[in-house]
Each structure stands twice: as structure tokens, then as C-alpha cells.
Design a protein around this ligand. Structure first.
Ligand code: NAD
Ligand code: MG
Length: 379
């Protein structure tokens, strides 16, 4: 019987690549959910014939219902519709690929149905890591990382029989489009400059996060929760080529690295097929013989202050992650809307962090409140 998959955020970068993997590996798309992209959702529904298609936006969903009237795809709308897709009983697996905090409730809903979760939505773990992982344990939902660094760490840890042997996790970081620039040189960069990532083609929000290096900071917090490691045992290594996706250093100083072409379809596929590996997927082999030199270096925490702010938040724990993330989502939104400059993203995040109090051992309501207050501080 083929694996049946729900894609939360199907019209986005990860969602579309997930559908490519599903098609190539002979899996089934059981339910699709997205925000408002009717055209793309119609195309996906016609190609994959899911049982259910959900759009968050009510008007877009109404339009989709008309467009799909000649099919047997059931169209649902609003948050209830997205949650219905997340809980869809006809799927055994859910790819969590909604961007931002908006992905938290749908991910929790899929977890409570005990599904395998291919987790791309890192903001969910940054805001509510302990809560999400506890629910996953309680409901028997296996979380498999889709983020390439975390998939790499997962693979490097598969041979580890005793966690005490882990010295540290090393997350590689491309450095983004502005690597090597000074703060002065960054003050005038535009949205178009920031959206031009050297190695990866991704959604707008994560592309900006990759330019500020906030993405790497969020990933440190994500790794901290996923692998239950204190922040001081997680390091960031600049590696411009994105060939080594991350490493684990063990107590005997051996380092295990995972390599591959920079192609998200590989970690997506492994999250879907684990513990097996299958051939025939859409990703291309890595030609190490012709890939040139690999380089390594230190991140510049003074210029890329978002990374420093995230590392601080990782140490503070509690709702600090939700405050950092909420402020960052709001500030990136303002930057994309042309309302603030690139360097002001870090200013806004710093202001929110200094204004919103941190609550330790938070429940869901504390997390939602921290997110709200952080967004308000940015505004
Ligand atoms: P994207 O902007 O391309 O896609 C986001 C998707 O979420 C879209 O389908 C959109 O319709 C949907 N969405 C947004 N708000 C929604 C809502 N309220 N309800 C339902 N659907 C909603 O983003 P992306 O680049 O695909 O990233 C998705 C997630 O994966 C992010 O958390 C990102 O950090 C993570 N991630 C992405 C990559 C990558 O290469 N793109 C790599 C690692 C991790
Ligand atoms: Mg990543």
C-alpha cells in the first residue's frame, strides 16, 4: 500500500518539492492545504487528485470550489479547513511546510492524530519546542526533520548508541547573499538584493532570514529542542558551498558529516521514507569530483546581529524563542513591505526582546501571548 501524505503549505517552495518527491516515489497526496494561491492549488489538485484541498483564505477557497466543481476533490476553507486537512484520517504522514507561527496549530493537530511528521516549519519548534515534542511523545507521532541541517544531524546521529558521546552539533551556514559585507555596506541593501540567495531557492520569509542569518539562529534553537542539546553544545560553521549539510563531533574528536547537493528534495524524501532509503527520487547525485574547494569559517556575529540575538534567546529559554520569532516575523514582513531597511530588522527584534518578559516552562497560551506581544513591540 502506498504512503498517503498530507501537505500543509503545498503551494510553497517546500510543498511543491514535496509533491515532486511524492510523484517520483509513487506515494499519494491525500490532502493539500495552503493560504490563498488558488491557481497553483487548482493545478496541484488536478494533478494529484487529493481527497481534500484546504485554503485558509475564504474567498480563495470559494473560487477553488467553483474551479474544481468537475472533480471529486472536496474543498474546505479557513483555519477549520486547514486543521481538517492536518487531521485528515486518510493520511499517515503530514509534511509541515506552512511558513511561520501560522504552522503551529496545524502541526499540533497532525501530531495529535499520531501521524508521521516531516517537519519543515522550524518556527513551530522555535516557539513551542518542548510542547510540540511532548505531544509527539504522548500521541506516538514520529517527527522527522526536513530542514536540511537537521536532517543531516539526524543522519549523523543514527549510528550513535550513547548520547553522552556527543561533544557538539555543528550546523553549517552558507553565509547568505551578504557574506563578508560590513554593516555599513548592508545599510542600503534592497529587498531584491536580499531575495537573491546564492545556493537555495526558497520562500521569501526564509530567504530574508538567510540574508540576516536569523535563519541559522532559528535553526540552533530548532536543533536544541529536536536533539535535546544545550545551546553551548551547538556551533555554527560558515560553509559557503552548502555541500556539507551539518556535522556531529563526538567525544573522541571524530566528526561525522552528511553531504549532498543543495537540494531540499533529498531531506524531504528521507523524512518520508525513513528508516529506508529509496532510489528513483528527484534529487541529483553530488559530483564531488567536480565541485571544487570546500571552505569553512566563523560567522560574523557583530554584523549579523540577528544570529547573536537568536543565540542569546536560545540561552534564555522559556518564551524567549517565541518572542524572538514573533518579532522577526513581524520585522521581516515590514522589510518585505518596504517599510523598514535591512539593518532595522535586527533593531526591531532587539527592541521586542528587551520589552517582552520571558516566561519559563510556558503553556500554549503563554507562547501565543509572547508571540502577540513581540509583534506588537515591533509595530
Ligand atoms: P513558502 O512561503 O514558499 O510557502 C509557505 C506555504 O505556507 C504556502 O503554501 C502558503 O500558502 C502556506 N501558508 C502560509 N500561511 C498559511 C496559513 N495561515 N494557513 C495555511 N497555509 C499557509 O515557504 P517555504 O520556503 O516553503 O518554507 C516553509 C517552511 O519550511 C518555513 O517554516 C521554512 O522555514 C521551512 N524551510 C524551508 C526551506 C526551503 O528550502 N524553502 C528549507 C528549510 C526549512
Ligand atoms: Mg536549513
Amino acid at each position: 500500500m502506498s504512503q498517503k501524505v498530507t501537505i500543509l503549505g503545498s503551494t510553497g517552495s517546500i510543498g511543491r518539492q514535496s509533491l515532486e518527491v511524492i510523484a517520483a516515489c509513487g506515494m499519494e497526496a491525500a490532502a493539500l492545504a495552503a493560504n490563498s494561491d488558488v491557481k497553483r492549488m487548482e493545478e496541484q489538485a488536478r494533478q494529484f487528485r487529493p481527497k481534500l484541498a484546504a485554503l485558509m483564505d475564504e474567498a480563495a477557497a470559494a473560487d477553488l470550489r467553483v474551479r474544481l466543481a468537475d472533480t471529486d476533490v472536496r474543498v474546505v476553507s479557513g483555519e477549520a479547513g486547514v486543521l481538517e486537512a492536518a487531521a485528515f484520517p486518510g493520511a499517515d504522514t503530514a509534511i509541515a511546510a506552512i511558513v511561520g507561527m501560522a504552522g503551529l496549530r496545524p502541526t499540533l493537530t497532525a501530531i495529535r492524530e499520531g501521524k508521521r511528521i516531516g517537519l519543515a516549519n522550524k518556527e513551530t519548534l522555535v516557539c513551542a519546542g518542548p510542547l510540540v515534542l511532548e505531544e509527539a511523545r504522548d500521541y506516538g507521532a514520529r517527527i522527522l526533520p526536513v530542514d536540511s541541517e537537521h536532517s543531516a544531524l539526524f543522519q549523523c546521529l543514527e549510528g550513535c548508541k550513547d548520547r553522552r558521546e556527543i561533544k557538539r552539533l555543528i550546523l553549517t551556514c552558507s553565509g547568505g547573499p551578504f557574506y563578508g559585507r560590513s554593516a555599513e555596506e548592508l545599510s542600503g541593501v534592497t529587498k531584491e538584493d536580499a531575495l537573491r540567495h546564492p545556493n537555495w531557492s526558497m520562500g521569501a520569509k526564509i530567504t530574508i532570514d538567510s540574508a540576516t542569518l536569523m535563519n541559522k539562529g532559528l535553526e540552533v534553537i530548532e536543533a536544541m529542542h529536536l536533539y535535546r542539546m544545550p545551546p553551548e553544545k551547538i556551533s555554527v560553521l560558515i560553509h559557503r558551498e552548502s555541500i556539507i549539510h551539518s556535522l556531529v563531533e563526538y567525544c573522541d574528536n571524530a566528526m561525522i558529516a552528511q553531504m549532498g547537493a543543495p537540494d531540499m528534495r533529498l531531506p524531504i524524501q528521507y523524512a518520508l521514507t525513513w528508516p529506508k532509503r529509496v532510489s528513483g527520487g528527484p534529487s541529483k547525485p553530488l559530483d564531488l569530483w567536480n565541485c571544487g574547494t570546500l571552505s569553512f569559517g566563523e560567522p560574523d556575529l557583530e554584523t549579523f546581529r540577528c544570529l547573536a540575538l537568536a543565540l542569546e534567546s536560545a540561552k534564555r529559554g522559556g518564551t524567549a524563542g517565541a518572542i524572538l520569532n514573533g518579532a522577526n516575523e513581524a520585522a521581516v514582513g515590514q522589510f518585505l513591505a518596504g517599510k523598514i531597511g535591512f539593518l532595522e530588522i535586527a533593531d526591531r527584534v532587539e527592541r521586542a526582546i528587551s520589552q517582552v518578559p520571558v516566561v519559563q516552562d510556558p503553556g500554549l497560551s503563554d507562547i501565543l501571548e509572547a508571540d502577540r506581544a513581540a509583534r506588537e513591540a515591533v509595530r
